[in-house]
Design a protein around this ligand. Sequence first.
Ligand code: MN
Length: 290
Amino acid sequence: MLDNTIETIPADERRLKQILVNLLSNAIKFTPAGGKVGLNVQADAERQSLTFTVWDTGIGIGEEDQERLFKPFVQIDSQLNRQYEGTGLGLALVLRLAQAHSGGVALTSAPGQGSRFSVTLPWVPEQHADQAEPKPITATQASAIIERALLIEDSPSAIEQARTPSPRILLVEDNQATITMMQDYLHTKGYAMVIARNGGEALLRANESAPALILMDIQMPGMDGLEAIRRIRAHESLQAIPIIALTALAMPGDRERCLQAGADDYLAKPVNLRGLLATIQSHMHLTNGV
Ligand code: MN
């Protein structure tokens, strides 16, 4: 099933194919004879994203195995893995490729009820006004152009900006494409950005820069986002800083896990930049009483 509003998908063709081949071959492996496997492609103009969903009516995956499937080296003794060897590597690659497109992966599955793997990538609906010279641009470029156009209207004057001290945001993220996109965007919105690339660095930067808010990626090498949130919350001086958790791998119960660790909010990638800004503003208003 293909959403017919989609004309162009801004993605690396070879990598997109790798994503779909991996998911489809897993779906076939997990589905006994007589079952069904399908692919849906659905655009969401408001979220500026499109989602590829590979579904099957197969054996399904228990919650305890779901997150482990995306790790590059899964435990050999897992019953699931003995049955479906090599699956973990394929899914780790799918997640990495989605992240490289500033996108994310979501999984819903239950034993005996099949599985749905959804890969969501940034996407901008086609504009038909200018047909003279179609220029292919990436979704990230397109959203940057739109944001810049909007900025002209709602930006405070340069003098006003100079008078107001920029609130500092600590962005904890290991993916360079996502760092660049969020840093550029939030910078144009008047925020001073501090970057950390893993959980350990996040603790250092949070202590030394006293940010007004923290954006915390969950999947990072070394200390992950959940552990970093817990450790930040253990510091008395850092307890009140709003933390927004960002995940490229959305699992059932994730929001609860992030909130339990001490996050104030949770967003799944790809993050709509305007939605991100609204979330940031709502949490800053709460703490600053503006
Ligand atoms: Mn990450």
